[in-house]
Ligand binder design. Structure first.
Ligand code: GFB
Length: 314
C-alpha cells in the first residue's frame, strides 16, 4: 500500500472507521475515499457495485457494520443478521469485481462458541454453540469470514480477517439502550455524579469477564496487518487480559469520580461468561496492544465530556 493508494474506509464515521482514518492520516496515506450512509447505502448491491466501478479503490477497510451491545443484539436480531450479511456480501463481491488489491474484514470475538476454552484460539471457530444474545450478529460475521476465505480460494482475492475483542474509545455510541457496557458505564456514572445520585444500576450479576481494547490500538493493528499479513486464516486482535464487569464498574467509577453505590440488576442478561482472546498469533507477527485500560478510559471520558459540552453550546 503506497502513500497515494486509493483506500476506501467503509464506516468512517463510526468508532472503528474513524480510528482507522486517524491512523492512516497519521501515517501519511493521503487518498482516502469516504462515503457516509446518506451517500452510499452498503446494503444496496447495485449502488455498491457502481461505487466501486467508478472510484476503483485499491485497498478496502470494511469497518461498516450494524453493531450494538447485548440488549440491541438480542432485541433486534433481524436487523443484525440482515444488515451485516448485506453490507459485507455487497462490499466483498464489488471489491472482487473491480479488482481491489487487498481487503480487510473485521469480525468480532462473539463469533466463538459460548463455552470455548479460554483464552480463545482462532481454531475454536465452529466447535460449539454460540452465545444466544448475539448469535445473529455472530452468524453474519462467520459468513463474512467464510466468504473472504472462499473468495481467496476460488478467485485469489486477497482478503484478511481480523477478530477484535470488545472495543471502546472516542466516537463510541453512548446511547444507553443500544451501547456496549463501557460507554454505558461512563455515561451512567457521569450523569449520576452530576445529579448527585447515590447509586448506579449495572446490568447483570457483575461476574462476566470481558477484554477491552482501545480502538486506536485496533486501528494500529489493522494497518500493521494490512501491510504485513496475507493469509486465509483469521487473526485475533486483543489486549491479552480481561476483567470482571464488577471490576470494570469500579474502575470507571473511580475515573469519573462517582462515589456512590453500585447496584447489580440480575434481571438483565449477563451474556457469555468470558471471552478472552488468545493473541499469540498476533504477537508472533510483531504487534502488541499499547494503551493501558485506565488511560484509555480516561481519554474516552474526556472525549465524552467534550461532546456533552459541544451539544450544550450548539
Ligand atoms: O458490552 P455488552 O453489551 O456486550 O455487555 P457483550 C457486556 C457485559 O456488561 C454484559 C454488562 O454482561 C452486560 O450485562 N453490563 C452491565 C452492561 N451494565 C451494562 C450496561 O449499562 N450496558 C450494557 N450494554 N452492558 C456484545 C455482543 O456482547 O459484544 C456483540 O452483543 C459484540 O455481538 C460485542 O460482539 C463486542 O460483550 O455481552
Amino acid at each position: 500500500m503506497e502513500r497515494d493508494s486509493r483506500i476506501f474506509v467503509a464506516g468512517h464515521r463510526g468508532l472503528v472507521g474513524s480510528a482507522i482514518c486517524r491512523r492512516l492520516a497519521a501515517a501519511g496515506y493521503s487518498h482516502l475515499i469516504l462515503r457516509d450512509r446518506s451517500q452510499l447505502d452498503l446494503r444496496d448491491g447495485r449502488a455498491v457495485r457502481d461505487f466501486f466501478a467508478a472510484e476503483r479503490p485499491e485497498y478496502v477497510f470494511l469497518a461498516a457494520a450494524k453493531v450494538g451491545g447485548i440488549l440491541a443484539n438480542s432485541s433486534r436480531p433481524a436487523e443484525f443478521i440482515y444488515d451485516n450479511l448485506a453490507i459485507q456480501t455487497n462490499t466483498i463481491e464489488a471489491a472482487r469485481l473491480s479488482g481491489v488489491k487487498k481487503f480487510l474484514f473485521l469480525g468480532s470475538s462473539c463469533i466463538y462458541p459460548k463455552f470455548a476454552p479460554q483464552p480463545i484460539r482462532e481454531d475454536a471457530l465452529l466447535t460449539g454453540p454460540l452465545e444466544p444474545t448475539n448469535e445473529w450478529y455472530a452468524v453474519a460475521k462467520i459468513a463474512g469470514i467464510k466468504m473472504a476465505q472462499a473468495y481467496r480460494a476460488q478467485y485469489g482475492f486477497r482478503a484478511i480477517c481480523l477478530m477484535p475483542t470488545n472495543l471502546y474509545g472516542p466516537q463510541d455510541n453512548f446511547d444507553l439502550a443500544t451501547s456496549h457496557v463501557l460507554p454505558a458505564l461512563i455515561r451512567k456514572f457521569h450523569e449520576a455524579k452530576v445529579a448527585g445520585d447515590k447509586e448506579v444500576v449495572i446490568w447483570g450479576t457483575g461476574s462476566p469477564r470481558r477484554e477491552f481494547l482501545h480502538v486506536d490500538d485496533l486501528a494500529d493493528a489493522a494497518l500493521h496487518l494490512m501491510l504485513h499479513y496475507d493469509d486465509p486464516q483469521m487473526i485475533n486482535v486483543g489486549a491479552g487480559e480481561d476483567i470482571t464487569i464488577r471490576e470494570l464498574a469500579g474502575l470507571v467509577a473511580s475515573i469519573v469520580g462517582f462515589q456512590g453505590e453500585l447496584r447489580f440488576d440480575p434481571s438483565k442478561p449477563d451474556g457469555t461468561p468470558r471471552k478472552l482472546l488468545d493473541v499469540s498469533r498476533l504477537h508472533s507477527l510483531g504487534w502488541r496492544a499499547r494503551i493501558p485500560l485506565r488511560q484509555g478510559i480516561a481519554g474516552t471520558y474526556q472525549w465524552f465530556q467534550s461532546q456533552a459540552l459541544e451539544s450544550v453550546v450548539k
